[in-house]
Design a protein around this ligand. Structure first.
Ligand code: ATP
Length: 328
């Protein structure tokens, strides 16, 4: 029979995302409500190995639902990739009387949790916290909505200056492997072209589109470029390429960078994280383990972590079509 769960740990791991604090708060408060002890682990798996733990009660998470980042800090930890590192982590958890953990993070963090469970039969539950929205088993990850709103706000501002000077802007957004941020924020901000890792439309199409745009009398043009786009050129090289082939354009570049990870989470992300945290704790207490909490059709669902880490989510083809139509 599985051991009764009396103490649950929560931590954030990998790249941070807005809404992680709301997720921590939810796990802590759900534990308090259900009279389960809760422990926060600082700096992800690194803190687990070092025993960097702090008891958390309902009042430890006051006034954090609105804050970006993570009060528990996040880290990447090479040592946890080794069996010795995971053994140290297990010893620390056992010493602290911790019976299960909830990890808020991305694919890498879940892979670590899965291995840990396999080795020690330790109950684990995942909550998807990443701005990339690339995790199978959920329509939305915690932080994605905030990130696309941050990007749209930034592009709106860039658009103001772009149209004042009739300029073309290449705006680089996050997304090495997936183009969800680029596609969604591009449609939301009315970008002329969106270059994503999932598609290589070729540089010819970009030039044609920009020529058309100029002819049709547009006063400004915004091209969103995901970090991992497939043109083979970065934003600065794209600027040079377009200036060389279409000298009518005055081109500027803006790399949004880490601002996309920060900021107060949107209401959507706060609600999502609150719902997922409760589901994670309740599922552990029901004896479930090795799942990631996700959302589909506004219902919370559980997906085996082994499934969730298999691949990235596919790009939304319908949204690509809408984007094409909108740039006519
Ligand atoms: P992001 O969305 O930012 O990529 P992530 O959770 O995927 O988030 P990673 O850096 O890939 O971020 O992983 C976070 C941590 O999880 C790693 O630093 C490591 O400690 C642990 N981890 C990742 N992959 C493995 C693995 N194969 N085995 C054991 N632990 C792992």
């Amino acid at each position: 029979m599985a051991k009764e769960i009396k103490k649950i740990a929560v931590f954030t791991s990998g790249g941070d995302s807005p809404g992680m604090n709301a997720g921590i708060r939810s796990v802590v408060r759900a534990c308090a409500y259900l009279k389960i002890e809760c422990v926060g682990i600082y700096r992800g798996y690194q803190g687990m190995i070092e025993g960097d733990f702090a008891p958390m009660d309902a009042r430890s998470v006051n006034n954090i639902i609105n804050k970006g980042g993570t009060i528990l800090k996040s880290a990447r930890c090479e040592e946890f990739r080794t069996a010795e590192g995971r053994k140290k982590a297990h010893d620390q958890l056992v010493n602290a009387g911790i019976d299960a953990f909830v990890v808020i993070g991305g694919n890498g963090s879940f892979t670590g949790a899965l291995l840990f469970n396999e080795e020690y039969n330790f109950p684990v539950m995942g909550m998807p916290g990443t701005i990339d929205n690339d995790i199978l088993g959920t329509t939305y990850t915690i932080g994605f909505d905030t990130a696309i709103n941050t990007v749209v706000e930034a592009i709106d501002k860039i658009r103001d200056t772009a149209s004042s000077h009739n300029r073309l802007f290449f705006v680089e957004v996050m997304g090495r492997d997936v183009g969800h941020i680029a596609l969604n924020s591009g449609v939301g901000a009315g970008a002329e072209e969106i270059l994503i890792p999932e598609q290589n439309l070729g540089l010819e199409r970009l030039l044609e589109s920009l020529k058309r745009s100029k002819k049709s009398g547009k006063s400004s043009s915004i091209v969103i470029v995901a970090e991992g786009d497939k043109t083979g050129k970065n934003v600065f090289e794209l600027k040079e390429y377009v200036e060389e082939h279409l000298p009518i354009y005055d081109v500027r570049v803006s790399v949004l960078g880490h601002m996309q990870r920060g900021g107060n989470p949107t209401c959507f992300d706060r609600v999502l994280a609150s719902r997922m945290g409760v589901k994670a704790v309740e599922s552990l207490l029901e004896g479930k383990s090795n799942y990631m909490v996700g959302i589909r059709d506004n219902n919370l669902i559980l997906t085996p972590i082994a499934e969730a880490i298999k691949a990235h989510t596919d790009i939304d083809e319908e949204l690509i079509r809408v984007s094409d139509i909108m740039t006519t």
